[in-house]
Design a protein around this ligand. Structure first.
Ligand code: DAH
Length: 340
């Protein structure tokens, strides 16, 4: 017998085995193939006459036939005893644990960015974008940040060999937008920023900011405060308050740092806010007249406010994350806890 013939025989045997629906039929198939005078015995006996090149294959298939058919007939017997219908081949074990369909969750940083976009979109803001690799001009000069300014220090900025840099803030997007558009302008610009910070619980060399810019006639600090406070209430809850503290940024005048009242203790003072009742978010201010002039606007007829926002910082406050590094380790056990 040739290997191909035997293969065909094996398939026939298995088909007959599957079709056997009574104990007698099962026994018939067994005798016909596996019995003492069955087909398999004939084959084994004739093995010595098989062409030497075919012999290993024939032997192998004969063995397969024996094992597979024996197993199949056993299964059929059990099925019949259990009263299963002949066609009920797939069996289902209800005691096994279910197969869990793992679905992903949004990353906390993405959640904050998306939520912020949604809130500002309702106030008429659109999303703007700029490159991560910036020129000195957009990241510093156009933002009224002179050459000797400490933020240009190589300690803070990743300089590239080309003379370009990895943007240290999303503020350069302000310039890129104002260069191309005329007021009124209402944009927010989320994106990655890079600083040569040593990583610890609150610092990362790579983080995200959301920049905001509103330029129009008669924009005032009151607009800034109202809009930031409205945003804070939408994001953190109706009771959150916003506080401005005088500060300095080269590209705004006046400049402020702004805080949200601590959502954990409601402002009374706790560990999260270090007993101060306030949590620092970022900087903001009225766009400096020199910046407006740089992009060809007339500071006498238009004014604007700008603000920055540290995304990781907001995510940490909102979701109670105590270490920024958790946001970058991609441990699903952590990420799953912050799904919305
Ligand atoms: N770019 C500033 C920073 O990274 C944050 C900032 C401050 C952005 C004031 C602004 C602003 O738009 O007006 O620290």
């Amino acid at each position: 017998m040739k290997a191909v013939e035997l293969q065909a025989l094996k398939e026939t045997a298995l088909r007959e085995g599957r079709a056997a629906s009574t104990p007698e039929a099962i026994e018939q198939v067994r005798v016909a193939y596996l019995g003492r005078k069955g087909a398999l015995q004939d084959i084994m006996r004739g093995l010595k006459d098989v062409d030497a090149s075919e012999r290993p294959a024939v032997g192998r298939i004969a063995n397969e036939l024996k094992t597979a058919l024996t197993e199949l007939l056993e299964t059929r017997k059990t099925e019949l005893q259990a009263g299963a219908s002949p066609s009920a081949t797939p069996r289902f074990d209800y005691t096994l644990p279910g197969v869990w369909n793992r679905i992903g969750t949004r990353h906390p940083v993405s959640l904050i960015i998306e939520e912020t976009i949604r809130i500002f979109a309702r106030m008429g803001f659109t999303v703007a974008d700029g490159p991560d690799i910036e020129t000195e001009y957009y990241n510093f000069d156009a933002l009224n940040t002179p050459a000797h300014h400490p933020s240009r220090d190589t300690q803070d900025t990743f300089w590239l060999e080309t003379g370009r840099l990895l943007r240290t803030q999303t503020s350069p997007v302000q310039i890129r937008v104002m260069e191309k558009q005329k007021p009124p302008i209402r944009i927010i610009a989320p994106g990655r920023c890079y600083r040569r910070d040593t990583t610890d619980a609150t610092h990362s060399a790579n983080f995200h900011q959301i920049e905001g810019l509103y330029v129009h006639r008669d924009v005032s600090l009151a607009d800034l405060k109202g809009d930031i406070a409205g945003f804070a209430r939408e994001l953190m809850g109706p009771d959150v308050r916003v506080r401005f503290r005088p500060h300095f940024f080269p590209f705004t005048e006046p400049s402020v740092e702004y805080d949200f009242s601590c959502h954990v203790c409601g402002g009374k003072g706790c560990r999260v806010c270090k007993q101060s009742g306030w949590i620092e978010i970022s900087g903001a201010g009225m766009v400096h007249p020199r910046v407006l002039k740089t992009v060809g606007y007339d500071p006498e007829t238009v004014s604007g406010y700008a603000f920055g926002m540290g995304v990781e910082r907001i995510a940490m406050i909102k979701y109670g994350i105590h270490d920024i590094r958790l946001l970058y380790e991609n441990d699903v056990r952590f990420l799953e806890q912050v799904s919305v």
